[in-house]
Design a protein. Sequence first.
Length: 610
Amino acid sequence: MSTAPQALFSETLLLLGGAVVAAPLFRKLGLGTVLGYLAAGVVIGPTMHLITDSEQVLGVAELGVVFLLFVIGLELKPSRLWTMRKDIFGLGTAQVLVTGLILAAAAVYTGLMEWRGALVAGFGLALSSTAFALQILNDQGDMNSRYGQRAFSVLLFQDLAIVPLLALVSILGSNQTESSQAALADFGFAIIAIVAMVMAGRYLLTPLFQIIARTGAREVMIAAALFVVMGSALLMQASGLSMAMGAFLSGVMLAESSYRHELEADIEPFRGILLALFFMAVGLSMELGVIVENIWTIAVAVPTLMVIKAIMLYVLCRAGGSDRDDAVRIALLLPQGGEFGFVLFTTAAASGLIDGAKSSLLISIVTLTMALTPLATLLARRLVGRSEVREELEEDFEGAGADVLMIGFSRFGQIAAQILLASGRDVTIIDDSADRIRQAASFGFRIYFGDGTRLDVLRAAGVEKAKVVAICTQKKEVTDKIVDLISAEYPDARLFVRSYDRIHSLSLRARDVEYELRETLESGLLFGRRTIEALGASEDEAYKIGEDIRRRDEERLKLQATEGIQAGRDMLLNRPVRPEPLVKPKRVAADGFAADVGLQQPQDVVAVPD
């Protein structure tokens, strides 16, 4: 065996061994696999010098990022990508521009470099690591959460921004007229490459896989999947875009293909091992000498960079509509520098905008911020506590539109829906819980994912066609928001609403809903009837008492709707009663009513909301 293959074999064995040891250990410690891979790379490379050629490993391992973006693209249909356009081009643009300019101004103010180099450094440091952020999201199962989708939108725009940023380096680093023409040509070539990718994905890829599937050779299918991913990646790289962007676009083009799941299964093993190698290669590439020589500068620059980026991300996300917890999660997920910063700084050094020492320093800063990212996400989990991370599914309302539109499918809605479906009625059900939708699908229910407080979702779900809108959401503030929205847009809609308690019932009646029902009323009445039957009352007696309670409750609700919550306390006894203490009835008359008028009637004790 020759020396080169033997060295390659031993280095591969070292990397695999490092992954096998570090990943389970760091996951057991609660630090995540990413930090484990990084630590393994640092130990194997800069510490023990067992592998010295980190660039060669990194060049191969970058395919892990490529395969990761391809798999994510497979899960995003073009229609879903279109709904994310505001976050991609709104939030993403704001993040790169604002953060880049602030970091550039800081570099000029501190005297680290002149304005042209500072501009390139600022925008380069404004980019975040797609590989680190998406791997952490996948590890935590938050890729389809609301904050995960917003974070991905920012990362996607950053990948697109690499083309104009590289053009900026060319413009600032040489003759401006020639560079402007070259940048315009590169931009045009990139647009042509994207259009070619979209057309090929739409008209060539699916027929290609149909032909290959007929052969029945699984290994050929795997080879075809690898060919498509790597071919699209190289096409985008040749046009000036990132390889990951090309793989992502090819994944999106295949998202509606019937071969999507098989392709994902074929690519997944390659994605996992190559992405692990990528994180280890980042650890291998750490220049400990540069870090030691500039220890004080790095000690200040690394936390400053992460704090500035986190603050700007938090502010922009809050301004863009994210709640506090989601903004914190995004801010502490994306405060690091990104792998495209390596490309930008190396290009800037070659153009003379940044000297070699400054380029190495910036790369070291980016690498350390990457290494600290898993710790930042652990901090995010502590800051947001146990608040729920809501998973988002695709809003696909194909086939929606029925006599009944039900909003909310928790325990109340599930029971009501069974009666409607058993009667032969068509029901369109929407809910914003991915877990409930998956659970309901296992029982044969077809439920659409959507937020009932959004008018566009209600229209897509067929609110205009519905004869009855059943609002069965759990939280009364959400229920009220939906009622107000539908009442304003569709005043003739028939609203049947689940009420939280007595005060909520009165509030809904004030909104002129056609029918409301407290979620505990019927179950409470039935429970009481069965209890007094167990104590000796006949079924007929228990029924009469229950119906009397129901009648008087309704009468009192009507009175309270006009006179206030305290109304009706003495309407049956002609004198005030004290709500407490409850006293045991002495006897029950044959007609089912309490015979001793001096005792409190069951409904009269309800002086406070139930």
